[in-house]
Design a protein around this ligand. Structure first.
Ligand SMILES: O=c1nc[nH]c2c1ncn2[C@H]1C[C@H](O)[C@@H](COP(=O)(O)OP(=O)(O)OP(=O)(O)O)O1
Ligand SMILES: [Mg+2]
Length: 203
């Protein structure tokens, strides 16, 4: 069976990506299982950071790798926290502190619109000249009081107005059906399956 390393040390992401990849005949290996440390994320775009993570995990493992760089962009804050979402309140990364800072920064702002971004990058090898790249958005709005216990990160504050629920109130499969990450991975799988040399089968 083909092996694929997930180039993330975020347990919430790994859970969502693994569930979305489960129908494929792939052995999915989180980089943590191979003791691969987090890559540096020095870039200004999600795509560049995802590419750096994918190359790093592939170089360390000798295997194809899939990386996710994602974040939340608040429209009243000119897209902050954006690419620094994981370390918005400083390092080490802390979801509760990040949420607190975001809600504080939005105090007094009328525009509560926001979107999640997910950049996914797949590389066949560390120096792959044809990385597969997908980037998607998921729109919602940010609420002061957290609701829900599912998901991770900013989900308890991310309201889907048309559902009247936060992302943290969705069941995992409901979130994957509509989220930035779910959209991106379905697109990426379709691209991957169109490549002759990577004919993954669905069971
Ligand atoms: O569906 C999501 N639901 C809630 N929060 C989310 C989501 N998607 C991204 N986020 C937040 C979490 C973190 O604050 C940042 C990602 O940062 P990002 O650097 O891509 O990931 P990370 O450092 O947690 O793990 P890693 O780099 O090992 O993949 O955006
Ligand atoms: Mg990170």
């Amino acid at each position: 069976m083909r092996k694929l390393v997930l180039a993330s040390n975020n347990a919430g992401k790994v859970r969502e990506l693994a569930a979305l990849l489960a129908p494929l005949q792939l052995e999915v290996i989180p980089q943590g299982a191979l003791d691969i440390p987090s890559a540096e994320e020095p870039h200004h775009t999600f795509v560049e950071n995802a590419l750096a993570k994918a190359r790093h995990a592939s170089a360390a493992s000798g295997l194809p790798a899939l990386a996710d760089d994602s974040g939340i962009c608040a429209h009243a804050l000119d897209g902050a926290p954006g690419v620094i979402s994981a370390r918005y309140a400083g390092e080490p990364a802390n979801d509760a502190a990040n949420n607190q800072k975001l809600i504080k920064d939005l105090q007094g702002k009328n525009n509560r619109g926001a979107h999640y971004v997910c950049a996914l990058v797949f590389v066949n090898s560390a120096n792959d000249p044809e990385p597969l790249i997908v980037q998607t958005r998921w729109y919602g709005s940010l609420i002061d009081e957290p609701k829900g216990a599912n998901g991770f990160g900013y989900d308890p504050h991310f309201l889907l107005p048309e559902l009247g629920l936060t992302a943290a109130e969705l069941a995992p499969e409901q979130k994957n059906a509509i989220s930035h990450r779910g959209q991106a991975l379905r697109e990426l799988i379709a691209e991957l399956q169109s490549r002759n040399e990577w004919q993954t089968q669905r069971d």
